[in-house]
Design a protein around this ligand. Structure first.
Ligand code: DGJ
Length: 731
C-alpha cells in the first residue's frame, strides 16, 4: 500500500498526507518536535520552509543553548510542557514526587503502523481494515522523570481526517500526578482567525457563535461532568472570509462525553495555540510506576472551501467510523413518544389509543417515556428502581410491549440509569451509591442525585436491573441524564485520588454501555440528556442517534439543528413534531413547518395523536408517508447548509444523494413582510449537467440552473412558514 506517512531522515520531517490534506511536523535541535503545517495536500516537502529564528526579548532559550533566536516560547510545537521557557499554556502539567512540575519532551523514537491501534476503554474512530489508515506514534521522553509521552496521529486514506491523542507512561520508579494532559496541541503561526463554537443551555443548545481570536486566552469548556448543553466539545478556526462554501476551516471534535476544555491562546506575536482535552478543572490522576494514561481522541479536519466541507468530513467519519451500532446505515423508525402527550399522567389504557392511532398513521414505533417504573408520578421519586409501576401497568411491561407489537409497531422505553432519587429502594438499600462529599449535603437538581458510576458495583447493579428490563420485548432505549454532576467524591478511591472521579465517572458509564450494547446488539439506543446535553462524538460510539433538544418549537429548532449539523451527522440527530402552542416557547407554528423541521432529522412525533382533528391526522399520515420517501436521503445523503438562522429571517438546507440524482430542499421563513424584497435560494451539491424534475410541481430544471440562478422563495403572508422540494434526475 502507498505510504500515508513518511519520515525524511535527512530533514527530520514527518509528513502525513493523502489526496486531501497534509500534516507536517519536524525534529528540531535538542529533540524538540515542532509543528510545520496542517492544510490542503502537498505532494512533497523539501524541508527548506522552516520556522525562522528570531531573537524575541524575554523569550528564553533551551538549557545549555546559547542561540538567543531559538526559543520554545515562540516555536510552533507539537506538544508543550510546563515549567520551561514556553510561557504559553502548557499541554501537560505533571507533578513529580518531589513536588516539581517541570518536564521537557525530547524525541526518543517513532513507529508507523498500518491501521489504527485501539484506545482501551474509550470511544474512538476505528478502521474496518488496516489499509484504510496509517498511524504515527511518536515517543517523547522526559529524561529526568522517565516519563514517556506517545503522540498518536492517524491519517485516513480517503478522508480529510486526522485523529490525535496522547498517552503518558510512567517508566520511572515513583508515582507522579497528572494535573493536565491534553489530547492535542496545535500551534498556528500568525493567522487572522475567528473561532466558531457551539454554546447553549437546556432547551437552547448549540448556537453557532463566531468571534475574532484576539490576544490572550479564551477557553470553551464544560465543568458539568458531561459534554453539556452549555458548550459542545467542538471548535472550528476559520478565516474572517470563510462562509459555508469558501474559505479555510479547521475543525476539531473531541470524542469524549465528560468534562472537556478547548483552550485558545493568541501569543505576543499573534500566533495561535489550541489545546484540547479532558478539562483540568478538579482533575488529577495518580500514575504509578509502570502505568499509562490514555487521553481521549480528537477528530481534526481541514477544509479549503468553507464550513459545509468541514461538516461533511465530520459527518462521514462519525457516521462511518465512530458509530458502531448495527443501525448505523439502517433507516431509523418513525416514532411517537408520549412525553409531551401525557408527561407522568398515563397508564396502559390511556396509551393504547395513541398506539392505535400511530399504527393508523403509519408510525413505526411507540416510545414509553419517563414514569413507567418504581412509583413515579412526578420527578421526585424512583430513579434507580427499574421495575414496572404496577399502578400504571398492572400486567407488566411485557404485556404492554406485546400489545404494541401486536399493532405492528416496535416498542421503546425511557431510562435514566445514572441517577438516583432519595425516594427509591435503591437509595434505601445503598445510600452510599449516591455521589456526595462526606459530611456535606449533596445538591439536588430536578430533585435527583447522581449515582457514583465510577464504582464497578454500581455499574453492575444498574446493568442487572437494565438487562431485566431489556428482556421484556424492548426494541429501543432512550438513555436520559437530567442533571449535571456535582458533589463529586467517590468512596471507591482514597482521599488523594478524588481528582480522578470526573473522568472515572464517564469511563464507568462507557464500560456499562459497552457491556449493554455488546450484549443487546439488536436494541436501538438513543442518547438524551435533558434534550441535547450530551451530544458528542463519544456518545455516538455507543448510540447511533440522540435527542437534539427538549425544545421542540420549530423555529427554535432551526438554530439548534443548524448548529448541531456543524459537527454531527443528520442520522444522529432526532427531531419530533409536537403540539401547539409549543410547550417550551408558547409559539404557534403551522403543522407543515413543524413537519419540515422535524423531517430534516431522524423523524418522529411528541404529542397526543388522539387529540388531533381528523384533518390534522390526515396531514400527519401524509407527513409520515412523505418522510418514508425521503428518509434514506435525509439520514444518509450529503447535507448542505444554504442559509443560516443566525444570518437573518430565512433558513435553508438540503440533502443530496451520493449519485447526485436525488435531492430534497427545505426552506424556512420566520417572519412575513408586507412588501419585502424577493429572495432566492441557490442549491448546492447537484450535478450541473443533469436535469431534475421537482416531484410536486413536475417542473424541470438543470442542476446548473438550480445552483447558479437559484429558485425564488415563495412570497407568503404568514409567519413561520416552510417549503419543501423533492428533485429527481430524469434520464
Ligand atoms: C428530558 C428528555 O429530554 C425528555 O424528552 C423527557 O424524556 C424527559 N427528560 C423525561 O423526564
Amino acid at each position: 500500500m502507498t505510504a500515508l506517512i513518511t519520515f525524511d531522515e535527512q530533514q527530520g520531517v514527518f509528513h502525513l498526507h493523502n489526496r486531501k490534506i497534509s500534516y507536517l511536523l519536524a525534529l528540531e535541535e535538542g529533540g524538540v518536535l515542532s509543528h510545520l503545517y496542517f492544510g490542503s495536500a502537498i505532494d512533497s516537502y523539501h524541508g527548506q520552509l522552516r520556522y525562522p529564528r528570531v531573537d524575541r526579548g524575554f523569550s528564553g532559550n533551551l538549557p545549555g543553548h546559547t542561540d538567543r533566536t531559538y526559543s520554545l516560547d515562540t516555536l510552533p510545537q507539537e506538544y508543550s510542557a510546563s515549567g520551561d521557557s514556553d510561557y504559553r499554556l502548557p499541554a501537560a502539567i505533571i507533578e513529580h514526587a518531589d513536588g516539581s512540575r517541570a518536564a521537557r519532551w525530547i524525541f526518543k523514537d517513532y513507529q508507523i503502523v498500518d491501521g489504527k491501534p485501539e484506545l482501551a476503554g474509550l470511544p474512538q474512530a476505528f478502521v474496518e481494515d488496516k489499509t484504510e489508515a496509517q498511524t504515527l506514534i511518536i515517543n517523547l521522553v522526559d529524561e529526568v522523570s522517565r516519563l514517556e509521552l506517545a503522540l498518536n496521529y492517524t491519517i485516513y486514506r480517503d478522508r480529510a481526517i486526522i485523529t490525535r491523542s496522547s498517552k503518558l507512561t510512567n517508566l520511572g520508579s515513583q508515582a507522579v500526578t497528572i494535573k493536565k494532559l491534553a489530547s492535542l496541541q496545535i500551534d498556528f503561526v500568525a493567522k487572522d482567525f475567528e473561532s466558531i463554537c457551539l454554546p447553549g443551555a437546556h432547551a437552547n443548545e448549540r448556537h453557532l457563535t463566531r468571534a475574532k481570536v484576539t490576544a490572550g486566552v479564551k477557553s470553551f469548556e464544560s465543568r458539568r461532568g458531561s459534554s453539556s448543553h452549555h458548550m459542545n466539545p467542538f471548535l472550528a478556526l476559520v478565516e474572517p472570509k470563510t462562509d459555508e462554501f469558501s474559505g479555510e476551516a479547521y475543525g476539531f471534535a473531541l470524542v469524549y462525553s465528560g468534562n472537556h476544555k478547548f483552550e485558545l491562546e493568541q501569543d505576543q506575536i499573534e500566533q495561535t495555540r489550541l489545546l484540547i482535552g479532558i478539562n483540568d478543572y478538579n482533575f488529577s490522576w495518580e500514575l504509578k510506576s509502570g502505568e499509562s494514561f490514555q487521553t481521549p481522541e480528537v477528530l481534526m479536519t481541514y477544509s479549503d472551501s468553507g464550513l459545509n466541507k468541514m461538516s461533511q468530513a465530520f459527518h462521514h467519519i462519525i457516521r462511518d467510523r465512530v458509530v458502531r451500532s448495527k443501525y448505523k446505515y439502517q433507516q431509523r423508525p418513525i416514532l411517537v413518544n408520549n412525553w409531551e402527550a401525557t408527561y407522568f399522567d398515563f397508564d396502559e389504557e390511556k396509551l393504547k389509543p395513541i398506539v392505535d392511532d400511530a399504527k393508523k398513521l403509519g408510525i413505526e414505533m411507540f416510545v414509553l417515556d419517563d414514569g413507567w417504573f418504581g412509583h413515579r408520578d412526578n420527578d421526585n421519586s424512583s430513579l434507580g428502581d427499574w421495575t414496572v409501576y404496577k399502578k400504571k401497568f398492572p400486567r407488566g411491561i411485557k404485556h404492554f410491549s406485546d400489545y404494541v407489537h401486536s399493532q405492528g409497531l416496535k416498542f421503546g422505553i425511557w431510562v435514566e440509569p445514572e441517577m438516583i432519587s432519595l425516594d427509591s429502594d435503591l437509595y434505601r438499600q445503598h445510600p452510599d451509591y449516591l455521589m456526595q462529599v462526606p459530611n456535606r449535603k449533596p445538591s439536588p437538581s430536578r430533585s435527583q442525585f447522581v449515582l457514583d458510576m465510577s464504582r464497578p458495583e454500581v455499574q453492575e447493579n444498574i446493568y442487572q436491573q437494565l438487562s431485566h428490563v431489556l428482556d421484556q420485548g424492548i426494541d429501543y432505549i432512550k438513555w436520559d441524564m437530567n442533571r449535571n454532576i456535582s458533589d463529586v467524591y467517590s468512596l471507591g478511591l482514597p482521599p488523594k485520588r478524588q481528582g480522578e472521579i470526573y473522568h472515572r465517572y464517564i469511563l464507568g458509564v462507557y464500560a456499562l454501555l459497552e457491556k449493554l450494547t455488546t450484549n443487546y446488539p439488536d436494541i436501538l439506543f438513543e442518547g438524551c440528556s435533558g434534550g441535547g446535553g450530551r451530544f458528542d462524538a463519544g456518545w455516538a460510539y455507543y448510540m447511533p442517534q440522540s435527542w437534539a433538544s427538549d425544545n421542540t418549537d420549530a423555529i427554535a429548532r432551526l438554530t439548534i439543528q443548524y448548529g448541531t449539523s456543524l459537527a454531527y451527522p443528520i442520522s444522529t440527530m432526532t427531531a419530533h413534531v409536537s403540539a401547539i402552542p409549543n410547550h417550551q416557547t408558547g409559539r404557534k407554528t403551522p403543522l407543515t413547518t413543524r413537519g419540515d423541521v422535524a423531517m430534516s432529522g431522524v423523524f418522529g412525533y411528541e404529542l397526543d395523536l388522539t387529540k388531533m382533528t381528523v384533518e390534522e391526522q390526515e396531514a400527519v399520515k401524509q407527513q409520515v408517508a412523505a418522510y418514508k420517501e425521503i428518509r434514506n436521503l435525509v439520514q444518509y445523503g450529503e447535507f448542505y447548509r444554504l442559509k443560516g438562522p443566525h444570518e437573518g429571517n430565512q433558513t435553508a438546507w438540503m440533502f443530496v444523494s451520493a449519485d447526485q440524482r436525488e435531492a430534497v430542499l427545505f426552506t424556512f421563513q420566520v417572519q412575513a413582510f408586507a412588501q419585502g424584497p424577493l429572495t432566492k435560494t441557490h442549491l448546492a451539491g447537484l450535478n450541473p449537467e443533469l436535469i431534475y424534475r421537482e416531484e410536486k410541481t413536475a417542473q424541470e430544471y438543470s442542476g446548473a440552473e438550480l445552483m447558479k440562478l437559484g429558485i425564488y422563495d415563495p412570497v407568503v403572508h404568514q409567519d413561520y412558514t416552510s417549503k419543501s422540494y423533492y428533485f429527481k434526475a430524469i434520464d
